[in-house]
Write a protein that binds this ligand. Structure first.
Ligand code: ADP
Ligand code: MG
Length: 405
């Protein structure tokens, strides 16, 4: 099924062509028809599989003509809200629709201006939207389409009450769309309350987890982690690299050390001012710097193209976060590599990641690196995983989890 067969308007088909999309991704094929038919929907698929277009294209199609405050998209972080707005603008370029982008940490002026301009589509983070609603700057009583993106993340971040309050302010007759990488119970519960007989579009995370990414685990004694990172950076050819850390302090400390080692890096975490976060992201996206040091703030949803490598300086505490972090690379059809540095104390975390992926992470050692401990003592053999579930990491697999024919 191609985009034309999905029944999207000429304006949208044109924008799709300009975006260089040849065919819909699996989640788009599954989600677009029910959304066009006006149904509620819960959509889930790994990051990087085109979920934004899966809701933005059919929503734009349904909005058609201009009318004030008819669609609302909620996102957990400002960066994500910005990205969603950019996508709506890109796909709706030939349509006569206006946007408002509302997020916290910045002044109200520009946002008020956008709201006075009768926007068709509002993209917002929950907190700032509630501020505007409280001040009477907009009303949600004409909302026809309500979209919650990254719902799992939104609930993880403690937004459940805010989101509930917002949903209650929209008309019951609305169409409601939930998109999420995973569907934990908390998301199920909220969707039961907020959605009416939803269609489901689900692409199994085990299939879609980074088919275009090859993975490796680098066992290392705790005190040699930074040295190993330096050796690794010297041994790989990367264009754009994100290094993930567990804590903000860790991110700051290691970026400082990297800078002292002559690397130019940018830092992205939630302690920074919004302006600095944006600047870091822009510099990285524009290719002004090749290394971004970040906490999980950056691991969800952000679409940064051309990330060739992800390095986990710390093994993520939650196995889902591993999938989200490596989702930053190997996006669309490009190939990527994901390396995880692991001290012996973190091996149990690796265990649960391997269970989630259904694949062992291959252990690797850097040849000339002077390990302080015997490599064998650092990394017990990878667990056996049944053949059926072994989807062959590292092999070339095309976008969306289908093997190339
Ligand atoms: P997700 O929300 O699932 O993490 P995004 O919506 O951010 O994924 O999309 C990831 C990338 O894939 C973006 O760069 C987007 O432009 C691109 N993309 C989306 N749909 C297609 C498609 N049909 N063909 C090729 N690339 C696509
Ligand atoms: Mg997304």
């Amino acid at each position: 099924m191609n985009f034309t067969e999905l029944g999207l308007s000429q304006e949208l088909l044109h924008a799709i062509k300009e975006s260089g999309y040849e065919e819909p991704t699996p989640i788009q094929k599954m989600a677009i028809p029910p959304i066009l038919a006006g149904r509620d929907l819960v959509g889930s698929a790994q990051t990087g599989t085109g979920k934004t277009a899966a809701f933005a294209l059919p929503s734009l199609h349904r909005l058609k003509e201009h009318g004030s405050c008819r669609a609302l998209a909620l996102a957990p972080t400002r960066e994500l809200a910005i990205q969603i707005e950019e996508n709506f603008c890109k796909y709706g370029k030939q349509m006569n629709l206006r946007m408002a982008l509302l997020y916290g940490g910045v002044k109200y002026g520009k946002q008020l201006e956008q709201l006075r301009n009768e926007p068709d589509i509002i993209v917002a983070t929950p907190g700032r939207l509630l501020d505007h609603l409280g001040q009477g700057n907009l009303h949600l009583n004409k909302i026809e389409i309500l979209i919650l993106d990254e719902v799992d993340r939104m609930l993880d971040m403690g937004f459940v009450e805010d989101v509930t309050r917002i949903i209650q302010k929209t008309p019951k007759s609305r169409q409601t769309l939930f998109f999420s990488a995973t569907i934990p119970d908390s998301v199920r519960r909220l969707s039961k309350w907020a959605l009416h007989k939803p269609a489901e579009a689900k692409i199994d995370i085990k299939i879609s987890a980074a088919d275009t990414v090859s993975h490796a685990l680098y066992p290392v004694p705790a005190i040699q982690k930074f040295d190993l990172l330096i050796s690794l950076l010297e041994s790989i050819k990367f264009e754009n690299l994100i290094i993930f850390f567990q804590t903000r302090r860790g991110t700051d400390k290691i970026s400082q050390w990297l800078t002292e080692h002559g690397q130019t890096v940018r830092v992205l975490h939630s302690d920074l001012k919004q302006r600095d976060r944006m600047k870091a992201l822009e510099d990285f996206k524009a290719g002004n710097v090749k290394i971004l040091c970040a906490t999980d703030v950056a691991s969800r949803g952000l679409d940064i193209s051309n990330v060739t490598h992800v390095i986990n300086y710390d093994v993520p505490q939650h196995s889902e976060d591993y999938v989200h972090r490596i989702g930053r690379t190997g996006r669309a059809r490009t190939e990527g590599e994901a390396f995880t540095l692991c001290k012996p104390e973190e091996l149990s975390l690796v265990d649960s990641i391997e269970k989630l992926l259904g694949n062992p992470l291959p252990r690797k050692f850097i040849e000339d690196f002077a390990y302080r401990d015997e490599p064998a003592s650092l990394a017990p053999a990878a667990p056996q995983v049944s053949k059926k579930r072994n989807r062959g990491f590292g092999k070339q697999v095309s976008f969306g989890g289908r093997r190339r024919r």
